[in-house]
Design a protein around this ligand. Sequence first.
Ligand SMILES: Cc1ncc(COP(=O)(O)O)c(C=O)c1O
Length: 441
Amino acid sequence: MRNTPIDYQTVKQKIEESGIKNVGTASIRELLKIVSQIEADTGEKFIRMEMGVPGLPPSKIGIEAEIEAHKKGVAAIYPNIEGIPELKTEIVRFLKLFLNIDVSPSGCIPTVGSMLGGFASFMTLGRLYKEKDTTLFIDPGFPVQKQQHRVLGQKYESFDVYNYRGAKLREKLESYLRKGNIVSIIYSNPNNPSWICFTDEELKTIAELADLYNVVVIEDLAYFGMDFRKDYTQPGVAPYQPSVSQYTDNYILLISSSKIFSYAGQRIGMLVVSDKVFNIQSAHLKSHYSTDVFGHALIFGSIYALSSGTSHSPQYGLAAILKAVNEGTYHYREDVIDYAEKASIMKKLFLENGFKIVYDTDIDKPIADGFYFTISYAGYTGELLVEELLYYGISAISLAITGSERLEGVRACVSLVNRKQFPELEQRLIQFHKDHPVNPL
Ligand SMILES: Cc1ncc(COP(=O)(O)O)c(C=O)c1O
């Protein structure tokens, strides 16, 4: 029996009842369930850092536009599968103003979250060339995208970028691309879970190799503009959000509205396909689609089969938000920068109590403060640390489920932690540090 901030016996019992042998490897949703049960049983609130959900209210502009659209009766009508023209127009503008790239409206497609944009992309790319049947993940990454590959029965390879930053990235990427089986490369930037951001040099390397080996880069920009070290959110003004799309035409971008506009519940994201990729022709597509043109197969083959387009009202909502962002009347950065301020305070509390930041730099610069950070504690694997922290009322996920080779690490998400909880977090961390003074690995 131990004296821990959350009743030891209850935590132990709930872990056992979950039937999960190793709670450190539980999926995010499984962990969420266990933590919710412990909270209900003990009446104690956790410092909840396991799930990456927005912690801010949804964009008002979007909600009002959705209500207006509903009043006009859009719910009764099937939305255009390619997206409503108003939204496509605003996506084109957004790409020009914040990435400085030109994409035709046909390649700007709303999807049921970025989740579906990714799924449809993997599905269609997997059928593009007979000899290229594998996706390359630059990890750590978002675990569900690998799950999507598994349910599609598609192959993937991956490596942890931790030891391959900067100039080392080229040779590492080429060691995969040389084999000729890679159809696409995927990564998120800023990165979920580590919050590392690729430098311009790294993005250029990825772009050059994509051109050399005829590979499509799927760049997941779920945290667009949220590397707060610079302001990437002034319309039409440099600096622009760093992106591979500035260096190659072989790209697909996934731009989620979930975090930047706190719009996760409406399940709408932007799938952006470059003109070049949209128009790729390949006879192999005909094995699954009625067309040999990639963009057509993606929309009228894959997206049609998966969701038949995206709900009508969120399309109007997102169109209105983007219009305000494009016109400079809504500065979403001012809302989401709250995450960075919280991260800075929380990181300090962890560091003062014996923890270390795992992914700590972008080559020579400290990583930005943002939505996530990664931590470790000497003597603990990430899996054990996830479990041990539960007794201290702190929930996080192990990096092992993200493809990271830093098995000592866990991911902390700042969004759901209320500033009022900081004193409690500090107390719990002080006790954790006191209770774990000896750290032999
Ligand atoms: C890297 C990354 N991609 C995609 C998503 C999902 O986006 P959406 O809610 O638009 O499906 C997330 C959400 O956590 C994410 O972190």
